[in-house]
Design a protein around this ligand. Structure first.
Ligand SMILES: Cc1cc2nc3c(=O)[nH]c(=O)nc-3n(C[C@H](O)[C@H](O)[C@H](O)COP(=O)(O)O)c2cc1C
Length: 212
């Protein structure tokens, strides 16, 4: 009997959230990734411990999340990004998968700038960006605000929560969309791990099944 050489994918969710809205999305990404078979490290980036840095370093995929503040990522997230300079120089995260999510109070609120920044940040680290992988929802007369990807992003998951709302007001569609992103990144991480193992000469016998 051959042994599985495909380990559970390791996903890190590295995010900032000021009032807790983006944290609800981060939890959804975690649930989705775990449902797809990943081990997930959950890392609020306001004060990253040495153990948490090691968890990110060990991850196959990192999902970055930030609220949109002043048309971009928050200063706390930028502080985290700048603290990765040594890893950037060493190319410590090269060829890991990456994905991103954001939340803001306006339907647009210039969120795309935040997702684009997260993608550029990943590219600077030589990471491989994984887009949302959902068609836009809520874009036909027959469509509904309850559709997945109701705000129609491709680059990552974009959510809208009223600025004065509690964490209970994060929209169910946005939560489902973030869960989808978590499943997707875990599935892609497993696929990459299996492919790399195959290229290294060992045929994976039990690659994680794709999750739709
Ligand atoms: C300093 C600051 C700047 C903000 N800038 C924007 C913005 O550019 N666009 C927008 O739609 N909302 C903006 N907001 C609203 C937040 O994006 C929104 O309240 C979000 O839900 C906060 O997420 P969080 O609870 O994870 O911090 C801003 C909020 C703050 C505190």
């Amino acid at each position: 009997m051959s042994e599985s050489i495909t380990p559970r994918p390791r996903v890190a969710v590295a995010f900032h959230s000021g009032q807790g809205h983006t944290a609800v999305l981060a939890e959804a990404v975690r649930r989705g990734a775990e449902a797809a078979g990943a081990d997930v490290a959950f890392v609020p980036v306001g004060g990253v411990s040495e153990e948490q840095w090691e968890q990110i370093d060990a991850a196959d995929a990192v999902v970055f999340g930030s609220p949109t503040y002043m048309g971009g990522a928050s200063s706390v997230f930028h502080g985290f990004a700048e603290a990765t300079l040594g890893r950037y120089v060493r190319k410590a995260w090269a060829d890991k998968l990456a994905a991103g999510f954001t939340n803001s109070s306006a339907k647009s609120g210039d969120k795309l700038n935040t997702l684009n920044f997260l993608a550029a940040f990943a590219a600077q680290h030589h990471m491989i960006w994984v887009g949302l992988g959902l068609s836009p929802g809520w874009n036909k007369t027959t469509a509904s605000e309850e559709d997945m990807n109701r705000l129609g992003f491709f680059t990552g998951a974009g959510a809208q929560t009223p600025a004065d709302g509690s964490v209970e007001t994060v929209h169910p569609s946005d939560i489902a969309t973030a869960e989808h992103l978590g499943r997707r990144i875990a599935t892609q991480a497993a696929t990459f791990a299996a492919g790399r193992a195959a290229l290294a000469g060992a045929a994976p016998s039990a690659a994680a099944a794709p999750v739709s």
